[in-house]
Design a protein around this ligand. Structure first.
Ligand SMILES: Nc1ncnc2c1ncn2[C@@H]1O[C@H](COP(=O)(O)OP(=O)(O)OP(=O)(O)O)[C@@H](O)[C@H]1O
Ligand SMILES: Cc1ncc(CO)c(N)n1
Length: 277
């Protein structure tokens, strides 16, 4: 393990352990990379909802980034909940200053229970400062609608929204399908600025235990890229990882429960993820 790859998550803490920094670190551990973290905010959260958000100040974020940037060799990083424009600007500044590559931006806006995880006025900062640094940006459908200013109701409008999002300067986008309306499957759609596309489809699992699916998916993508895997292969593994994590729920909590981060290795994958033309 002498040459284990080091990764970073810049995200919020979920006291309930299913999303945010906690989901990222569990996923990184499962996929064999060493995890560092910059905490942007502490949230009081459980499977029933969110009752408090305590953002870090600018200096706290800057000092954490410096601690990582001056000692670790970061092969890939992801951002999650960034909450306000100050934190977004600090994250962008750190990424540039330390020359980090393989930047996955999960543009977290709203928790599954409906709580806002990004201030309204911070959307501009996200679009203007951070997306241009992104190797891949991974919005869910409502986030893609905010970033593109377009409604998504079918594959044509999804492609149009993806193209608008790439106009921010991001290299590639994945519009995740968890919020889609099809009851039989979920579909994640990838578009690269070079025109490459990939559509990954898997059976929709009918469960309440989907808290943190987006965090887990983007963390798995980050880990796979850090290990040197090509982008499309990394996306496929990330989709398999989240499919396994949702398929084998832990049944924790009375509300929107966490996924099972250990399932990918414990139970394997059932070849459920298909590539669609
Ligand atoms: N019920 C489900 N069955 C199968 N796959 C799902 C389901 N819900 C979400 N996914 C998958 O999980 C991943 C995350 O998608 P989703 O759209 O839920 O992200 P998100 O809304 O950002 O998640 P969160 O805010 O809870 O972290 C995608 O790969 C998506 O296809
Ligand atoms: C801290 C945190 N980050 C991200 C999400 C989105 O799932 C959440 N609910 N909480």
């Amino acid at each position: 393990m002498g040459n284990i790859k080091q990764v970073l998550t810049i995200a919020g803490s979920d006291s309930g352990g299913g999303a945010g920094i906690q989901a990222d670190i569990k996923t990184f551990q499962e996929l064999g990379v060493y995890s560092t973290s910059v905490i942007t905010a502490v949230t009081a959260q459980n499977t029933l909802g969110l009752t408090g958000i305590y953002p870090m100040d600018r200096t706290a974020v800057e000092k954490q980034l410096k601690a990582i940037g001056t000692d670790f060799q970061i092969s890939a990083l992801k951002t999650g909940m960034l909450f306000n424009a100050d934190i977004i600007e600090e994250a962008a500044r750190g990424i540039k200053k330390y020359g980090w590559q393989n930047v996955i931006v999960d543009p977290v806006m709203i928790a599954k229970g409906g709580a806002s995880l990004l201030q309204q006025e911070a959307v501009d900062a996200l679009m203007n400062c951070l997306l241009r640094l992104a190797t891949v940006v991974t919005p869910n459908i409502p986030e893609a609608e905010v970033l593109s200013g377009l409604e998504i109701h079918d594959s044509v409008s999804r492609l149009r929204a993806a193209k608008w999002i790439l106009a921010t300067g991001a290299e590639a986008v994945v519009i995740k399908g968890g919020h889609g309306t099809d009851t039989n499957f979920t579909e994640d759609f990838y578009l690269h600025r070079n025109g490459d596309t990939l559509t990954m489809r898997s059976p929709r699992i009918h469960t309440n235990h989907t808290h943190g699916t987006g965090c887990t998916f983007s963390a798995a993508l980050t880990a796979e890229l850090a290990k040197g895997n090509p982008l499309q292969k990394s996306l496929y593994t990330a989709k398999q990882f989240i499919q396994a994590a949702i398929s084998h729920p832990l049944n924790i909590g009375a509300g929107h429960g966490p996924t099972n981060h250990a399932a990918y290795h414990k139970f394997g994958t059932k070849e459920e993820v298909q590539l669609v033309q």
